[in-house]
Design a protein around this ligand. Sequence first.
Ligand code: GDP
Length: 528
Amino acid sequence: MADQNFLNEVSKRRTFAIISHPDAGKTTITEKLLLLGQLIQTAGSVKGRKGDKHATSDWMAMEKQRGISITSSVMQFPYKDCTVNLLDTPGHEDFSEDTYRTLTAVDSVLMIIDGAKGVEDRTIKLMEVCRLRDTPILTFINKMDRDIRDPIDLLDEVEAVLKIVAAPITWPIGMSHFFKGVYNLYTDTIHVFVRGRGHTLMDDIRIEGLQSDAAKELLGDDWDAYVDEIELVRGASHEFNLEAYLAGKLTPVFFGTALSNFGVREMLDGFVEWAPSPIDRETNGRTVPAVEEKFSGFIFKIQANMDPKHRDRIAFMRVCSGTYSRGMKMRHCRIGKDIKVTDAVSFTAGDREGVEEAFSGDIIGLHNHGTIQIGDTFTEGEDLKFTGIPHFAPELFRRVRLKDPMKMKALQKGLQQLSEEGSTQLFMPQRNNELIVGAVGQLQYEVVAYRLKDEYKVECIYEAVNVNTARWVECDDPKKFDEFKNKCRDNLAIDGGGHLTYLAPTRVNLMMAEEKWPQVRFRSTREH
Ligand code: GDP
C-alpha cells in the first residue's frame, strides 16, 4: 500500500501549460494566476505593460529586447487544496520544438483565445500536438473588455476548426464598455465585473440567481434579452462532461479578461476541480503509474546559463512517479550510472531554490555538467526509458565560421551546449571539420549568435551550406551499415548527441539514397 501522505500529494498536483497564439494574453494570464496563487502581490511584476516588456519568465536580455518569450520556465503555486505547476512555453513559432517537448511533460493544457480574433494559426498547430496525446484542454476566451466576436460564433469556430466539443461553463454578460460580468451556467451565479481592478486581487462579487432582483438590477433593460440568450445557449451548446474532457474530446469554456483580472478565478476554480492529477506514463518496458512509490522522471528540457550569476546548465525533469528527496540516489538509465543528487532546484516564478522534496507531477531542475540529455530517464534503479519525447529533423542549415579563429574550442563548446538544449542541432561532417547548425526556424540562428557572444564570448558568422535536409540513419545489418558508411562518407555527419546523420543536399539525393540503401532506415524524427 502506498503511503497516504504520498497519495495525497500526488492527487493535489495539477501540472499544465498554456497554449495560445502570440498576443492572445498568455503572459497577462500567467501573471493573474500567480496573483491568485499569492506568488506575487501586484500584477505588473511579470511583464511591464508598456515599453519595458519584461516578465519573471522572460529573463533573457534578448527576450526583453524583442518582447518574445524564447525559453520556458516553470512556476509552482498553491491554489485551494492543490499544488499547481505551470510550465511556460516559448511564444514564438520558431521555438515550437521546445514547446512540443514541454507539452510532453504536462498533464493538461489551458488554451487562451483572443475573443476578437478567434482561433489563430499557432493555436491550431499546438492543438494538433495536444491531440497526439489526447491531452485535456480547458479554454479561456480573453479580452471581453473589448469588442469581441459573437461568443456563439467563437464556440462554433472552436468546434469546427479545432475539432473538439466546446461546453461553455460561464457566459459573458455584454462586452467591451458594456461588459458586466459572467454568468455561471451550472451554479446559476453571476460574477460581477468591476472595472479598473486588474493589478491586485479582486473581491469576488456574486449575485445568486439570474432570476433575482439583484440580477435584474444589474442587467436593467437587457435582462429579458439576456435570459433569452441563456436559454438559447443552453439549448444550442454542449453540456460539460468530465469524462469527455479528460479524454481530450471536450473543452470547458470560460470567458473573461485577463488584463482586468476578471473571470480568471472562475476558470482556475474549474481547472483545479477538473484537471487531471498526474497521469500514468509509458516507457519502453511498462506503464509507470503516477502513484507508484518508486521514483522516476525524464528530462524534457535543458537550459544553459539560466541565471547569469550562476552560469550553469539546468536539466528540467518531470517527476513521473514517487518522491524526490534531497540526497537520494538515482539511476541515470542511459549511461547506467547511479548518482547522488543533493542540489536539485525548484522554480517559483523565476527564482530557483533548493528543493527538499518533490512528488509525481512536479518539475525539478538538476545541475547538468554535460552528462544529461533531453529524453534521459532517471529511476530508483530499474532500467527504463520514457517514450514519446520527440526530436525533429531541422529544416534550415548554416555553416558557422568564427570571426576570431583562435576561439575554436569555445565555439565548439558553445554550440554543443546550446544543441543539448534542443532548439538547434549541431552537425559535424565526417569529411571536413566544419560545424553546421541545423534549426527549425530562422530566429534560432539569431538567438545562437547572440548567446555565443553573450555567454561564450565568441563572435560567429553564418554561411550558406549545401544541405537541404537531414535524416538520422540506422541499420540492423552491421556489414551493410559499414558499406553504407564507406560509400556515403561525404554525406555523413555526427550530430551533437553522437548520432550518425545523413545530410542531403537535395530531396532528390535523399530519395535516391533511400532507394539505394533499403536496409538503412532514414528517420526524420528521433526520440530522445
Ligand atoms: P502573449 O503574447 O500571449 O503573452 O500576450 P500578452 O499577455 O503579452 O498580451 C498581449 C497584449 O494584449 C498586451 O498588450 C496585453 O496588455 C493585452 N491584453 C491581454 N489581455 C487582455 C484583456 O483581457 N483585454 C485587453 N483589452 N487587452 C489584453
